[in-house]
Design a protein around this ligand. Structure first.
Ligand code: HAM
Length: 448
């Protein structure tokens, strides 16, 4: 069989993962916390197709994501793409029912996303995201609610302010700042995209990219941006703008916007999460649709790629569905989160804590054991037994190797007395219990 070698070497595609039971255990751990965190904030779960029309992502998500699409023609010659993010699908779903949905719409989703990126630490081609969004609310109350949900979700993983930080920035102030530098509407998106990548670009590359927009003022512009990006408090931000020689109209807009920021931070402080959040204008966000406050969560010392990112995108639903609706949200990824939990030693152990193993001798004992096992399973206990009869010593060995905490022993002797033996594997203690299914269940429930 000539191709056997090749067949045996079939590997997972680059950037895709397989999930052995230990990995599924961790994935479920993460999904359970994501889901329960969303529920405590009263978000409702939704989902959308994994495969979407290519058109949904073109231009709306921005160049970076479009370059990373897994797209192809289907057999009906339709241009399709695996979803790289949820937000455009969500915008379509909500936009289609905009008139009938009770506002604010608070929805969340957990699902697989696909981006053709260069696989590296924290970045894969398939990953899971927890998307949380509020639609139909223009006020900063919605932005604050989402930042709080982001903080509390990370806290539910036993992470705290020495483990992660949320960095808060604002697209509107960024745009007003760039207008002050005479950046026109047409140039706004490409210049913002350079700003987003600024800390990752080498200085000479950055200068080359910016010269076509800022000419001889490029060096001065970079200095001012570096100053802006180094700011980490609201008061320093207010000072920074006060020191710019702004036009009267621009000054008024900037003052208003600083007022909005003050309202947002006041809410954040009232929610007692202020110490998790800091002002950071190096956050611009790579996606094109953001229109207001934007934020990202990182490991506290800024190591590694972002844990989560989001912001306000008030125009997207209008552009996709012609039903205007304000929106703000974030998505958290599982890859960087797993890395962080591992580095902090905060991953739960893959355990079989609730396992009970039933051991039996042949014939009558076996049929009693099977009947009880089924009863206990239907009552929600996690029960296992050997699928074929082997000697008691082998059964004991197997239970020991699996680290099972308790075994129920169905020996001929016990069965004849109408009893079964319960053994605690950790302490070695044994006791006899009446072989009555309800009594058995009551006894086992006291063990966990
Ligand atoms: P994003 O910043 O592109 O935002 O992704 C959010 C998070 O998803 C990232 O912070 C990261 O944890 C994870 N992520 C993104 N790409 C990858 C990758 N290639 N490998 C592993 N993890 C990755 C969005 O997707 C927006 N749609 C979020 C949003 C929701 N904005 C408003 N609502």
């Amino acid at each position: 069989y000539q191709n056997l070698d090749q067949f045996m070497n079939f590997e997972t595609l680059p950037g895709f993962r397989t999930f052995y039971p230990e990995d599924c255990f961790l994935r479920n751990y993460i999904f359970n916390i994501w889901r329960s965190s969303a529920h405590t904030y009263n978000f409702s779960e939704y989902d959308a197709p994994t495969l979407e029309p290519l058109e949904l992502y073109k231009e709306k998500s921005g160049e970076e994501i479009v370059n990373q699409l897994f797209n192809f023609k289907d057999k009906g010659d339709r241009a399709v793409a695996l979803r790289p993010e949820m937000t455009p699908s969500l915008a379509r779903l909500v936009g289609a029912k905009a008139k009938s949905l009770k506002r604010p719409v608070k929805w969340f989703s957990i699902g697989e996303q696909f981006r053709y990126e260069r696989p590296q630490k924290g970045r894969l081609r398939s990953f899971y995201q927890f998307n949380v969004d509020i639609l139909g609310e223009a006020g900063v109350g919605a932005d604050a609610e989402l930042i709080a949900c982001l903080v509390d979700t990370l806290r539910a993983f036993d992470l705290d302010f020495e483990d992660f930080k949320v960095r808060l920035s604002d697209r509107q102030l960024w745009i007003l700042f760039l207008k002050h530098w005479n950046v026109g509407d047409e140039q706004m998106t490409p210049v913002l995209s350079i700003m987003d990548r600024m800390t990752r670009l080498k200085k000479d590359q950055l200068e080359i990219q910016l010269t076509s927009y800022f000419g001889e003022s490029t060096a001065h512009f970079i200095d001012t941006v570096e100053e802006l990006m180094a700011i980490n408090s609201e008061s320093a931000l207010v000072n920074f703008f006060a020191n710019l020689k702004l036009s009267e109209s621009n000054k008024q807009l900037i003052d208003e916007r600083l007022g909005d920021l003050a309202s947002l931070t006041q809410l954040i402080n009232s929610m007692e999460i202020g110490h998790y959040v800091s002002i950071d204008f190096s956050i611009v966000r790579g996606l094109a649709y953001y229109t207001g406050f934007v934020f990202e969560a990182f490991e506290a010392r800024g190591e590694g790629r972002a844990l989560a990112g989001g912001g306000r995108y008030d125009d997207l639903i209008d552009r996709l569905t012609s039903n205007a609706m304000e929106a703000v949200g974030f998505a958290m990824g599982d890859v960087t989160l797993l890395d962080l939990l591992e580095s902090k030693g905060k991953l739960p152990n893959f355990s079989q804590k609730r396992d009970i193993m039933i051991l039996f001798s042949e014939d009558e004992a076996r049929s009693c054991a099977l009947a009880d096992a089924q009863f206990l399973r239907r009552s929600g206990m996690k029960i296992e037994y050997p699928l074929k009869h082997v000697s008691f010593s082998k059964q004991f060995k197997e239970a020991n190797q699996r680290g099972v905490p308790f075994v129920l022993i169905y020996g001929n002797e016990e069965i004849q007395k109408g009893m079964v033996k319960l053994k605690d594997f950790q302490t070695g203690e044994e006791c006899l219990i009446e072989r009555n299914q309800t009594a058995l269940l009551d006894k086992l429930k006291t063990l966990f």
